[in-house]
Write a protein that binds this ligand. Structure first.
Ligand code: SF4
Length: 336
């Protein structure tokens, strides 16, 4: 008999997760590097984490468009808890450059391995899907592609251009890899002028070695600072998972680091464990603690903050973008 877990997942650049039934045998094939790790205990989920099963007509229509265009979504790959709600409203986050990642973060549910060559027609299909879905705002993310000389920077550029051409009114948010050791290529992505440039720091620096071993905290922070230096009109956004063993003081230090780098928008959500081979959940952070994080972050000067157990980078991204725009206008008006 195969084991079935109530599980949740994340993507390297993505806070994620949901009440999805995940077959543990299938999941282990996705993560060969984690196969020999000891099983971690599973904490019982509190009531505030539960979500509805995805059954609506809107969900089915979104699924049909995604399948017919041969697209990959992080909503599915990460087993996101919000898929029922988001897809009902035609909010899907496209994951470009394949479904196999070159990193092996211990929190992430996306498969690790050797990726396939880039699909050069993918940007066009993403643009067509965005137009067909009539999206006001789209979020595009990707796997890490350390195997490519540019880390996939030009594929991001081509995708942004294809969306602009097929759906000129749609605002574009990108959630990128860190472009570590791809010196200079991130500038091409910045110059393609997405409306929001998002890159998640994911956790506090002390936990990087165990949670995000292939990444460097200050490199990720610097990437977002570079965006602001090169194009101050672009909104920058970053996110943290909590419940991994971080302290409140460490989270507040990360908030300060983010503000020093000029980051506009902070998301904070609960880490959920994809399988027993992934990093263990240290604890479930209560809704009251999330509210307190939100209040602290707002007092530190972020234009926008979203902090709740089910907050994910792309959750309500369209509505949040409108609020972000209004918050900037209000702040400029107050300064003049
Ligand atoms: S929160 Fe993001 S990843 Fe999750 S279902 Fe919504 S759009 Fe997809």
């Amino acid at each position: 008999m195969r084991n079935i877990y109530l599980a949740a997942g994340t993507h390297p650049a993505h806070l994620s997760c949901m009440a999805t039934l995940i077959d543990s045998t299938a999941r282990q094939h996705r993560h060969p590097e984690k196969r020999n790790r000891p099983d971690t205990p599973i904490l019982r989920k509190p009531d505030w984490i539960r979500v509805k099963a995805p059954t609506s007509r809107g969900y089915a229509e979104t699924r049909e468009i995604v399948k017919s265009k041969g697209l990959v979504t992080v909503c599915e790959e990460a087993g996101c808890p919000n898929i029922g709600e988001c897809w009902e409203q035609k909010h899907a986050t496209m994951m470009i450059m394949g479904e196999i990642c070159t990193r092996a973060c211990s929190f992430c549910n996306v498969s690790t391995g050797k990726p396939s060559p880039l699909d050069l027609d993918e940007p066009r299909r993403v643009g067509d899907a965005v137009a067909e879905m009539g999206l006001a705002h789209v979020v595009i993310t990707s796997v890490d592609r350390d195997d490519l000389e540019d880390g996939g920077a030009m594929h991001f550029v081509r995708t942004i251009e294809a969306i602009r051409s097929a759906a000129p009114k749609t605002t574009i948010e990108i959630l990128t890899p860190d472009f570590l050791r791809k010196d200079g290529w991130e500038a091409k992505v910045i110059d393609a002028r997405p409306d929001v440039f998002n890159h998640n720091l994911e956790t506090v620096p002390r936990l990087y070695l165990s949670i995000r071993p292939g990444a460097r905290y200050f490199h990720s922070l610097r990437l977002l600072e570079r965006v602001k230096e090169r194009d101050p009109s672009q909104f920058t956004k970053s996110g943290l998972m909590v419940g991994l063993g971080e302290t409140k003081e460490e989270v507040m230090q990360v908030m300060d680091d983010m503000r020093s780098a000029g980051i506009d928008f902070l998301t904070i959500g609960q880490y959920l464990q994809p399988t027993r081979k992934h990093a263990a959940i240290d604890r479930y952070v209560s809704p009251e603690e999330f509210a307190s994080y939100e209040e602290i972050a707002r007092s530190k000067g972020f234009l926008m903050v979203s902090a709740s157990p089910l907050t994910r980078s792309s959750y309500h991204a369209g509505d949040d973008f409108e609020q972000l725009r209004r918050a900037r206008e209000a702040s400029l008006a107050a300064a003049s």
